[in-house]
Design a protein around this ligand. Structure first.
Ligand code: NCD
Length: 317
């Protein structure tokens, strides 16, 4: 292990992962490198006792399949154990317990806490009350930093590099937290960003302004056709039904962009199609067999990235 890597490892120990804003390019390259090692471990031997005896509290106030189970799998593949709390209605949360108290409780039993919560800033609030690392697994419409790290890893591993790419983020850019985090992360690279959405679901101005500070070119479109033939990455998202007050508006907008084999026929041969999942009709199942459909491989990168993050914040490498 070289000295620079040792320095990096020391920086990660005990750290919260709350927002992608805390990362620079060096951090990202480092995490992706550790994730690559984790992939090798999983593919060669399946498990590694690196986190034996360590306990993860997995606290989910919002629905999740991939994020919660990949953190559990990551911890278990590294020999650790998990306290899974995903039915908060059966926990003391339903008795009215506050987030700080629930966090203090779980901190008494665990070494690291993964939190998904409907309110922006919930993970940061939890971090104030916990001395153990808090990992933000989605805070309302705010951020989803570990998803952005796995998305970046997917792009880098599948296309060999991130610099020089044209990337389109498509769908619900207003409420989709994955794209808020991903646009910020990508702005650390030399990319061209294209935001494709209905006018009512545009990328928030706050994100656009932050990205603009890095000098990253950003373009907004309503029509996917405007960019379909040029982009290297098409990142499609679900319209976030649970964030809508007006269901009639949701019904009108849902289905605005549907990727079919006909769409893919016009896209570049060397592009990749991504989606954080779950999909609810944005990508037709006939596209799944297309080698450019990267969304199932994307989930697998999530396992390796989360193994990397857990081992780093727990200081075990
Ligand atoms: C996303 C989320 O929860 O923000 N899912 C995920 O973590 N892979 C995307 C979504 O729910 O649409």
């Amino acid at each position: 292990m070289n000295q620079r890597n040792e320095g990096q490892r020391a920086l990660w120990r005990g750290k919260d992962i709350l927002s992608v804003k805390q990362f620079d390019r060096q951090d990202l390259e480092f995490v992706m490198g550790v994730a690559r090692q984790m992939r090798e471990v999983v593919e060669r031997v399946g498990t590694w006792e690196l986190l034996r005896g360590r306990v993860l509290a997995n606290l989910f106030y919002e629905p999740s399949t991939r994020t919660s189970s990949s953190f559990m799998a990551a911890m278990q593949r590294l020999g650790g154990t998990v306290i899974p709390i995903s039915s908060v209605q059966y926990s003391s949360v339903s008795k009215g317990e506050s987030l700080p108290d629930t966090i203090r409780t779980l901190e008494a039993y665990s070494d690291v806490i993964v939190l998904r919560h409907p309110e922006v800033g919930a993970a940061a609030l939890a971090a104030k009350y916990a001395s153990n690392p808090i990992i933000n697994a989605g805070d309302g419409v705010g951020e989803h930093p570990t998803q952005a790290l796995l998305d970046l890893t997917t792009i880098s591993e599948e296309l060999g590099q991130v610099d020089g790419l044209k990337i389109a983020l498509v769908g619900d850019l207003k409420y989709g937290r994955t794209v808020h985090s991903l646009a910020r992360l990508l702005s650390l690279y030399n990319v061209e960003l294209h935001y494709v959405s209905p006018t009512s679901l545009k990328m928030p101005q706050s994100v656009v302004e932050e990205v603009a500070k890095t000098g990253t070119p950003q373009h907004e479109h309503e029509d996917l056709e405007a960019v379909l033939e040029q982009v290297n990455v098409l990142y499609v998202t679900r319209v976030q039904k649970e964030r809508f007050d007006d269901m009639a508006l949701y019904e009108r907008i849902q289905g605005s962009y549907v990727i079919t084999p006909q769409t893919m026929a016009r896209a570049r041969q060397d592009m990749i199609l991504m989606h954080p999942l779950p999909r609810v009709g944005e990508i037709s199942m006939e596209v799944d067999a297309d080698p450019r459909a990267a969304y199932f491989r994307q989930m697998r990168y999530g396992l390796f990235v989360r193994m990397a993050l857990l081992s780093l914040v727990l200081g075990r490498q």
